[in-house]
Ligand binder design. Sequence first.
Ligand SMILES: [Zn+2]
Length: 277
Amino acid sequence: MTARASIGVIGGSGFYSFLDDVTELTVETPYGAPSDSLFLGRIGEREVAFLPRHGRGHHLPPHRINYRANLWALRSVGVRQVLAPCAVGGLQPQYGPGTLVVPDQLVDRTKGRVQTYFDGETRADGVRPNVAHVTFADPYCPQGRAASLAAARGAEWEAVDGGTLCVIEGPRFSTRAESRWHAAQGWSVVGMTGHPEAVLARELELCYSALALVTDLDAGAENGEGVSHAEVLEVFAKNVDRLRDVLFDAVARLPQEQGTCLCTTALDGQETGLQLP
Ligand SMILES: [Zn+2]
């Protein structure tokens, strides 16, 4: 397939639906179907592929998303840099609703999600990748993070530079005890989709960074009855316009090409047996 976009955005339908001109492209992958079609469009000079993480209509819960197919599909149309907005809960009282966090660390508390392309299993097309291990000490692309932070600053939305995104299995929210424990570790925010998305991007040598919008204080950081889905949706709706503006500006600020960041050499020196698309 010829390159159709160099930048990918994995987010909700609010993002692509504001572009004037999108082309819908159905992509199949060796891992099955992604969450939805890719929506190809332009932001300024940059060609962008949007993918609604939960599918249009939001029918896929976090644990049912085919993360491998999503990242593979993006790479197969030419994407090399990915921006990934997500809704999260604040684990610290200072990260209330409306806070934007650009994390630099991640803790995986998911269970049983497929989180590698290198699982030694033979794919449906007969390809059998080798076992490989990627470095993941710094899970996010420094260039993507810098672009996101600069874009937020440009919109006078002072984003939190760094912090830890804790990813839980869901779909339920945390108990108060779990939430207090997460907070006591010093972690910043909690979400349900940031993993394995980040590590699969790394395995495909994609640049990947997350923009975490706090929609609520998590159960341990507030005194009310705990998180409700309605509350999350309401805060997200209030902030979606400015998050979209920040994303669009961040896209424009990304380097034209993948740089020399650690993301691009994740598989160096390893015989993976896998031809990246
Ligand atoms: Zn990178």
